[in-house]
Design a protein around this ligand. Structure first.
Ligand code: DAH
Length: 342
């Protein structure tokens, strides 16, 4: 029986080695080690062996079975590894295959306008400051020379969370934060949302966006401000654009002005132009020389330093740039409308 076992072992090992697939190995397993396999048949003969030899033969048999079992497992693993390698090879990603076009979103016209202008100022060496939509009355009004009960608060009436906390009515609040934190020379630009108690119509919204500029340095004059505004005008509406200043009033600037640009549609001619209502000019921003009182409140010596500030309404600019006639379109999030700005 010992010889028979060894023969069977040899036969099984040969078959294991010759197997060409996992399936063939499973077959070897069934044929030799299965319930009706060749080893089971041999086991059955054990009862005919002399009792004193049974243990020895039994051990030989088991030993052989184990060897075959180990060999089968080892070869199965080998096939599995090969299969995996094959799979990895076949699934290799070819990065040179062009991808399927994926529908891309577009930037909102306001975001686009913000980024365009912020880039313009960053390239000129301005520092970007961020502000918060929720402000204290102090930063929004008091520190900008608009005390409580000042009539200028009327035109800028906003939403009060309580007596002291408001939704900022303009980005000018960032001017104060900046002057608190930095000493001149200051060249900062900031943009974000602002809020005002305004009825919604084609030209007004209680939620809108502004961009604020503050420059404080030695020898800053109104000519510097006008030069900056002219550059903005040319950048936005083309080289031929001219800027005019009209006297205005803001408590935080002295003197104050509103700036108009020559109408981008009629080039300043006016006749028959619907965009500028035949005036040839379009109002684009508020500006002025920073009120010396505000500079002094922040420890800035006004014999040495002066400054100018500018506040630009971005909805208006975006509407001019993209030919949008109704401001409400900018806030209704109508995908069909927004898709146009690809
Ligand atoms: N904050 C003003 C507004 O919302 C706009 C403005 C005017 C900003 C003059 C300025 C400025 O920085 O100097 O109406």
């Amino acid at each position: 029986m010992e010889n028979e076992t060894n023969k069977l072992l040899e036969e099984a090992m040969q078959e294991v080695e010759n197997a060409k697939s996992k399936q063939e190995l499973f077959n070897v397993n069934t044929n030799f080690l299965g319930k009706n396999g060749k080893f089971s048949a041999l086991m059955k003969k054990l009862k005919d062996v002399l009792p004193e030899n049974r243990a020895k033969i039994g051990a030989i048999l088991n030993n052989a079975r184990e060897k075959i079992d180990t060999a089968i497992r080892t070869f199965i693993k080998k096939f599995e590894k090969q299969e995996l390698e094959e799979k990895i090879k076949n699934e290799k990603v070819d990065v040179t295959i062009p991808v399927k076009p994926y529908p891309m979103g577009v930037k909102h016209p306001i975001t686009e306008t913000q980024e365009l202008l912020m880039d313009f100022f960053v390239k000129k060496g301005f520092t970007v400051r961020t502000g918060t939509d929720i402000e204290t009355d102090y930063y929004c009004f008091e520190a900008l020379n608009v005390p409580k009960n000042h009539p200028a608060r009327d035109a800028q009436d906003t939403f009060y969370i309580n007596d002291e906390i408001v939704l900022r009515t303009h980005t000018s609040a960032t001017q104060i934060h900046t002057m608190e934190k930095f000493k001149p020379p200051i060249k900062m630009v900031s943009t974000g949302a602002a809020y005002r108690v305004d009825e919604i119509d084609g030209r007004h919204s209680p939620f809108f966006h502004q961009l604020e500029i503050l420059v404080v340095d030695k020898n800053v004059s109104m000519a510097d401000m006008k030069g900056t505004l002219e550059e903005i005008g040319k950048f936005l509406f083309g080289e031929k654009t001219k800027i005019r200043l009209r006297p205005s009033y803001f408590p935080f600037t002295e003197p104050s002005a509103e700036a108009d640009a020559t109408c981008p549609k009629c080039g300043g001619k006016g006749n028959g132009c619907s965009l500028c209502q035949q005036t040839g000019w379009i109002e684009i921003l508020g500006c002025g020389m920073v009120n010396p009182k505000i500079l002094e409140n922040h420890g800035i010596n006004t014999n040495e330093f002066g400054g100018f500030a500018v506040g630009i309404g971005l909805e208006r600019l975006a509407m001019l740039r993209y030919g949008i006639s109704d401001m409400r379109e900018l806030f209704e999030n109508n995908v069909e409308f927004l898709k146009q700005f690809k």
